[in-house]
Design a protein around this ligand. Structure first.
Ligand SMILES: [Mn+2]
Length: 445
């Protein structure tokens, strides 16, 4: 476990100042914000899942140890961190801990307590504040109950002068808004994640030849993600050969790769908790068949069009609508659908072959935080610094009797990570082979 944050501490201090300022704007008067950590998840007896910090807590503090709680207060102690206590015995078994001293010296906490003081100290921190910023239904339901108990206790002591907040606000409206616009240090981490992801996908294309297995392709990816200095994957990789690619969230990654298969790989490496999210689809043999190429060119054309249209002021909804139009027109050309494109769109007929959205925010979480609507409820306009995916696809079920035979069982997705810039956009993942020529060259057998 890291005993210091991955970026200089003043970067996290500046983020907390922004959050405190926003808290004062939303709720004038004293207020406090509480950010719990993700609970440790048991995998099976005596084995936990590898721990991964909650993204909000990490964004605010850089602290990655389990059981931590960050408290921001408009009072005289702006940043309090609750941490696991130093414990010689436990540290010998499970690794070093920062403890209350490290919380202050390395992570810049104004005050630090061990987690066993949570109820007492949180009660103190909340008492007398008009507004509590706490995300009910967030990362830890058990913590919701703890907050409810503390509030109940404060209300019971009302006659003795204790005061419970009269207002509860979601801190997500502040933190998620700030996480949406990436700062230089975040883009640096994302670019590193993209680079190990590029190497991973190259290795995947070279590994996934006929006679190999999906799990070998997964291993090739992980070799680059972890071996390249990242934490590993940012989300469990999808390696889907042949008709497995028509199952959107297939991740058994256990089947053989056969001659004539397309192999769909949706995988991204994670660096400093920032993840890339990239999908490439390549022919196992190194050569697309004619129907595979036709379908691939359709998806690629839709991706290129959406990427070209990305600039500040455009909305993700508009990009999705353009993608749907492009794909639907192509489905008619390929003989997958019949009829008038406008009507096929209006009736949702395209959903038979394209059933997901085109984009999501990307950052610390693969489906990153941030509203997709603006304050009036309309589609949100893109702004410089936002990072999101563009990922059109085409999926023809193997038993789809309405589809021409040659397209049945084909699943294709092409997914890139796009940074919105002042002048338009930058495709962060453009260097990962994506045209027919590039893919065939990389997958040459
Ligand atoms: Mn994605």
């Amino acid at each position: 476990m890291a005993l210091a944050p991955p970026f200089p501490p003043d970067i996290f201090a500046a983020r907390r100042i922004l959050v405190l300022r926003k808290m004062a704007e939303i709720a004038p008067g004293p207020s406090v914000a509480i950010f719990p950590s993700t609970p440790v998840a048991v995998r099976n007896h005596d084995v936990d899942h590898p721990y991964r910090a909650d993204s909000d807590l990490f964004w605010l503090t850089g602290f990655e140890e389990p059981e931590a709680v960050a408290v921001l207060s408009t009072g005289d102690r702006p940043f309090t961190l609750f941490v696991r206590p130093r414990d010689r015995e436990k540290e010998i078994w499970n690794g070093r801990r920062s403890g209350v001293d490290g919380a202050k010296t390395a992570f810049g906490a104004d005050a630090a307590f061990t987690v066993d003081a949570l109820d007492k100290e949180l009660t103190e921190a909340i008492a007398g504040k008009g507004t509590l910023f706490y995300r009910i239904g967030g990362v830890d339901q058990g913590f919701d109950a703890r907050i409810a108990r503390i509030l109940q206790g404060l209300r019971m002591r009302a006659r003795a002068g204790a005061a419970a907040p009269t207002r509860i606000e979601d801190p997500g409206q502040i933190v998620h808004e700030l996480r949406l616009r990436k700062r230089p240090e975040e883009l640096t981490a994302l670019r590193k994640a993209v680079e190990i992801t590029r190497r991973g996908h190259l290795a995947a294309m070279q590994t996934g030849r006929p006679g190999s297995h999906e799990y070998e392709v997964q291993a090739a990816l992980e070799r680059e993600f972890r071996g390249g200095g990242g934490r590993g994957w940012g989300y469990y990789p999808i390696v889907a050969a042949g008709m497995n690619a028509t199952v959107l969230h297939y991740n058994e990654n256990s089947d053989p790769v056969r001659d004539g298969d397309l192999v769909l790989v949706d995988a991204g490496g994670e660096v400093d908790l920032y993840t890339a999210d990239v999908t490439r689809t390549f022919p196992a043999s190194g050569r697309f068949s004619d129907p595979q190429r036709a379908a691939y060119e359709l998806v690629l054309g839709a991706a290129d069009e959406a990427i070209a249209n990305t600039r500040p002021g455009v909305s993700i909804d508009e990009l999705h609508e353009g993608t749907v139009r492009h794909l639907t027109a192509g489905m008619v050309k390929l003989g997958l659908l019949e009829g008038d494109v406008d009507k096929l769109i209006k009736d949702g007929a395209f959903r038979r072959y394209y059933m997901h959205r085109t984009s999501h925010w990307l950052g610390l979480d693969v489906h990153d935080a941030g509203n997709y609507r603006d304050e009036s409820g309309g589609p949100r306009k893109l702004e410089p610094g936002m990072v999101f995916t563009i990922e059109p696809g085409l999926y023809v079920a193997p038993d789809d009797e309405k589809a021409p035979k040659e397209f049945r069982g084909i699943g294709i997705r092409i997914e890139d990570d796009i940074l919105v810039t002042e002048g338009g956009h930058e495709n962060l993942t453009a260097a990962i082979p994506r045209t027919v020529v590039e893919v065939e060259k990389t997958a040459r057998r």
